[in-house]
Design a binder for this molecule. Structure first.
Ligand SMILES: [Mg+2]
Length: 217
């Protein structure tokens, strides 16, 4: 029997072109503000803390911040994939080490319309404290101290439920879920990590390629 398919995707740099922290820092922060990211890359800071330290430095009125978020471009084929998954009853999970505050403002309408499962940190914004990301509660099956959520736990849950899991991502937090998935679409850092760790993967540039793959399955 052919296994039913589930699709799990990263958000930052996968559905959008670049990471949210990159868009934000380019527009509002100094290079100095990105020091925490360097610490993360050197393994001296967790992903969650590094992002919180960067996002915590944003000091602009909420309205302006929201308007900035809403103009961030995302993959044109994303709504097509969402519609295809809804039509074929393919569970579609977006798993992000970022947070719902900006994801909802960029693709929230499609998330509701197409019944997409969003597993991510919860974000709260104020002009006084910037954007703060709160990890999943410790009791959550998807809790992870390093990035706030465990993408690998989401992939494992779907595999345990008997799904053939297709995964798409671009960054270091995507390597662990990629190692568990049945088919991996990778770009940027994840592509490099998959090669180093001998995780079979397909290189991709846009969601149109994943759309074609899912359509043929
Ligand atoms: Mg990413």
């Amino acid at each position: 029997m052919v296994k039913k398919t589930a699709f799990v995707s990263d958000f930052d740099g996968t559905i959008t072109q670049e990471d949210f922290f990159w868009y934000v820092s380019k527009e509002y922060l100094s290079e100095q503000a990105l020091k925490a990211w360097q610490l993360y890359l050197e393994g001296r800071e967790t992903h969650l803390n590094a992002l919180n330290r960067i996002f915590g430095q944003i000091r602009i009125p909420q309205k302006q911040f929201d308007a900035f978020i809403k103009q961030i471009p995302y993959d044109k084929a994303f709504p097509e994939i969402a519609a295809l998954c809804a039509e074929r009853k393919i569970p579609f999970y977006i798993c992000s080490a970022g947070c719902d505050y900006y994801i909802d403002r960029i693709i929230g309408e499609d998330i509701k319309k197409f019944d997409i499962h969003l597993v991510t940190n919860h974000g709260v914004y104020s002009e006084q404290n910037g954007l703060e990301m709160l990890p999943q509660p410790k009791g959550s099956p998807y809790y992870n101290a390093e990035v706030g959520i465990s993408k690998a736990a989401v992939v494992q849950k779907l595999k345990d439920e008997g799904y053939f899991v297709v995964f798409a991502g671009d960054g270091p937090p995507d390597a662990a879920p990629a190692a568990l998935a049945d088919v991996v679409f990778a770009k940027k850092m994840l592509l490099k990590l998959c090669m180093e760790q001998q995780i079979p993967c397909l290189e991709f540039k846009g969601f149109d390629e994943i759309f074609n793959y899912l359509k043929e399955r």
